[in-house]
Design a protein. Structure first.
Length: 328
C-alpha cells in the first residue's frame, strides 16, 4: 500500500467522440457555403425588384448563414491546433465562441426584422407577389441542399450545429415567404409579406436562444446536459475502497469533450492506484467521461471510523458538497 505522502497522484485520460472526420465536416460546410453565396446574390436583386421585405430579410439571413459557415470553418482550423504555450487545451473553445456568435447574430437579426415588419404592418408597401413566390421556391430548393450537406456533418459539435440552425431556419423562412408571395399574388393582401417576416423573426429568436443557452452553459462550466454531479459523486463514493469524494467538478470544455476532477479518499487496506483505475473505468463506461483528473489519498490516520467530512479543511471550503461512502 502506498504511503499517504506518496499517493498524491493525478490520473489522466483523454478522448471525445467525433462521428464524422474534421476533413469531411470542412468539405460539407464549404460546399454549403458556395451554394448559399451564389443564391444570395440573386435573391438580393429579386428582393429589391419586388420591393419585398421578406425576400430581403431572407437574403440578410442568408448572409449570416454564409458568415456562420465561415466562422465555423475558421473555428475548426483554430480548434485543431495542438496545445502550446499558455493555451494548455489548445483553442478548442474557438468552436464554442463561433456557435455563440451565431446565436447572438440570430437574436439581433430577429429583432431588426421584427421591428421593420411591424412598421410594414402599419404602412404596407406594394409587393410583387409573383416574383416573391418564384424566388422563395428557388430558395427552398437551395436551402434544402445546404441543410442536407450540413446534416451530414457532425452536429454533435455546437460549432456545426450553429451553422446548421442558421440554414434550417432559413429553409423554414423561405417556406413562409413562399406562402406570403402566393397570398399577395392571389388576394393582393400585401401585409402577408410582413406577417411572413414576423414568422422568420420568431424562428430566429428560437434558434438563437437555444445556441446562446447551450454555449452559455459551457462558458459557465456547468455540468454537461444530462449529467447530475450529485449522482456521479454518490456513485463514486459508493465504490469499494472509497471512503469519501469531494471537490467534484464536471464540466464541458467543448462539444462532446466532458471533463471531471475530484478529490478521493481511500480507506485502508486498499490500493489507491487500483481504486483510481476502477473509478476512471466507471466514469468512462457509465458517463462517457474520459478526461479525468482524480487526486487520490489515503484516509488520514485516526479518521477512518469517524463521522462527517474526512478533510476538515475542505468543510470550510466552498467547492461543493462531500459524498461519504454508505459503508461508513
Amino acid at each position: 500500500m502506498t504511503a499517504p505522502h506518496e499517493e498524491h497522484k493525478h490520473g489522466h485520460g483523454h478522448g471525445h467522440g467525433h462521428a464524422v472526420s474534421a476533413d469531411a465536416d470542412r468539405r460539407y460546410l464549404t460546399a454549403a457555403l458556395v451554394v448559399l453565396v451564389v443564391f444570395m446574390a440573386g435573391e438580393v436583386v429579386a428582393g429589391v425588384a419586388a420591393r419585398s421585405l421578406a425576400l430581403i430579410s431572407d437574403a440578410g439571413h442568408m448572409l449570416t448563414d454564409a458568415a456562420s459557415i465561415v466562422f465555423a470553418l475558421v473555428a475548426m482550423r483554430l480548434s485543431a491546433r495542438p496545445p502550446r504555450g499558455g493555451f494548455t487545451y489548445g483553442l478548442k473553445r474557438a468552436e464554442i465562441l463561433s456557435a455563440q456568435l451565431n446565436g447572438m447574430t440570430l437574436l439581433v437579426l430577429g429583432g431588426l426584422f421584427c421591428y421593420e415588419a411591424l412598421h410594414r404592418l402599419v404602412t404596407p408597401p406594394e409587393v410583387e407577389g409573383g416574383l416573391v413566390l418564384v424566388t422563395a421556391l428557388a430558395g427552398i430548393v437551395v436551402n434544402a441542399v445546404a441543410t442536407w450537406l450540413l446534416g451530414r456533418a457532425d452536429r454533435s459539435s455546437l460549432n456545426v450545429e450553429g451553422a446548421f440552425q442558421h440554414i434550417v431556419t432559413d429553409l423554414y423562412a423561405f417556406a413562409a415567404t413562399a406562402v406570403s408571395g402566393l397570398v399577395v399574388l392571389l388576394t393582393g393582401f400585401t401585409r402577408a409579406d410582413a406577417v411572413a417576416t414576423l414568422v422568420v423573426a420568431a424562428l430566429m429568436f428560437r434558434a438563437g436562444y437555444g445556441l446562446v443557452r447551450d454555449t452559455g452553459r459551457i462558458f459557465l462550466q456547468a455540468a454537461p446536459e444530462g449529467m447530475v454531479p450529485a449522482e456521479i459523486g454518490a456513485r463514486l463514493a459508493g465504490q469499494p475502497g472509497v471512503a469519501e469524494v469531494h471537490d467534484l467538478h464536471v464540466w464541458e470544455l467543448a462539444s462532446g469533450y466532458s471533463s471531471l476532477s475530484a478529490h478521493v479518499f481511500v480507506g485502508g487496506p486498499n490500493d489507491c492506484h487500483a481504486v483510481r483505475h476502477r473509478l476512471q473505468g466507471l466514469l468512462a463506461n457509465a458517463y462517457g467521461i474520459t478526461h479525468t483528473t482524480l487526486q487520490v489519498d489515503l484516509v488520514p490516520e485516526g479518521r477512518a471510523d469517524g463521522d462527517g467530512c474526512l478533510d476538515a479543511g475542505h468543510c470550510a471550503d466552498p467547492h461543493g458538497p462531500h459524498y461519504l461512502s454508505p459503508r461508513r
